[in-house]
Design a protein around this ligand. Sequence first.
Ligand code: PGA
Length: 249
Amino acid sequence: MARRKIVAGNWKMNKTPTEAKALVAMLAPLVKSDDVDVVYCVPAIDIVPVVEAVKGTNVKVGAENISDKDSGAFTGEISGAMLKDAGVDYVIIGHSERRDYYKEDDAFLNRKVLKAFEYGLTPILCCGESLAQREAGVTIDWVRLQLKSDLIGVTAEQAASMVIAYEPIWAIGTGKVATTEQAQEVCHAIRELIAEIYDADTAEKIRIQYGGSVNGKSAPELFAQPDIDGGLIGGASLKEDFGKIVNYK
Ligand code: PGA
């Protein structure tokens, strides 16, 4: 069975609640699709208004982060229970910006992945190499190590339902998209790793996105690759172009 494509916007730290509602309204007619899952991963403060604004549409809402704890004295954190109760379905975990700027390591991210599943949220787990790592030829080793570490304790059934986003760091926000071959190669290696950790059936079901400067122009070729099941979109998710990416065919 063919995997359903999934296109997720990663709004990062953009849009006030008022701006968020306006963006959802602007994009609504452009992101309609019967065969692509569409997700807006939004800043925590935008979750409640965006859940309200997408009601009755095909768009699902994701968070950009989740606490590895359940509740209690963790100032500034947001729990899985809060996200679920607010109407969130997906959560980005391990984006390179969080790994780099906030020093989130794989052991910590592994706890977040498990926590997301505990609360019925679908992780969009990010991985990807730096330019130095690509040039040193360790891309696939690195991505395998990240994912193996982040997936400890995740069952085959859970893995089959989740999303992995391969995002080469050097392609994020730089306008420098990986070549179709580079993106497909790593996404294929990720699927092989999933088959190795779990089984062929799980590898067949898991959805793997490419992310890094995807736009309406580059999406069709990227999404046509056998192991690329959609994209995680930063900059272009805040513009009309996002509609083109969703309706890439
Ligand atoms: P970009 O961001 O599309 O702006 O490169 C992608 C991401 O960081 O998820």
